[in-house]
Design a protein around this ligand. Sequence first.
Ligand code: VGL
Ligand code: ZN
Length: 191
Amino acid sequence: MDIKPTDALIVVDVQNDFCPGGALPVVDGDAVVPVINRLLARTRHPVFTRDWHPANHCSFSDAPEFVDGSWPAHCVQNTPGAAFHPGLDVPEDARVVDKATDPSYEDYDGFQGTTLGDELRERGVDRVFICGLATDYCVKNTVLGARREGFEVVVVEDGCRAIDVPPGTAAQALAEMRRAGATVCESGDIL
Ligand code: VGL
Ligand code: ZN
């Protein structure tokens, strides 16, 4: 498989707070960075989503349970935790999509409530490769959003890491993405 001029690469939430040492660390989250950088060098349409919460976001809890969608405070707008991982090669002209910016709403999908689908169509994009953090939340929902928007979707599995609480959640998420018509590949399959 190769990345064509009509393919976009959507890098989901590769931010400090989701990496080791961050506020809501995903095990091995930073391991996706070299995988994604190799793909970025091949793509004409790089898109980065950011979890971009106000300090009073409704998902924040002092006693987070994770499974119910309550989390420790994370990715607060303009804080170091919300910045992209410093090793990520973010091109100057990349499209950055901020999500979950409203204190009252959760949003795990980079397409929901944004013009991203229209923008990609205008550029002639018909297929999106999706990778990033976390497989079972924002990657999954962005994949489902892309399918809803009518894009062909390829999930790059080794370019993703999951929260996976309880264990099995990540596998379920991959199954759900496949059921929605997404293909799952390894970055090594991509020339
Ligand atoms: C995410 C939990 C809370 C994600 C965002 O980016 O997958 N997960 N907020
Ligand atoms: Zn969040």
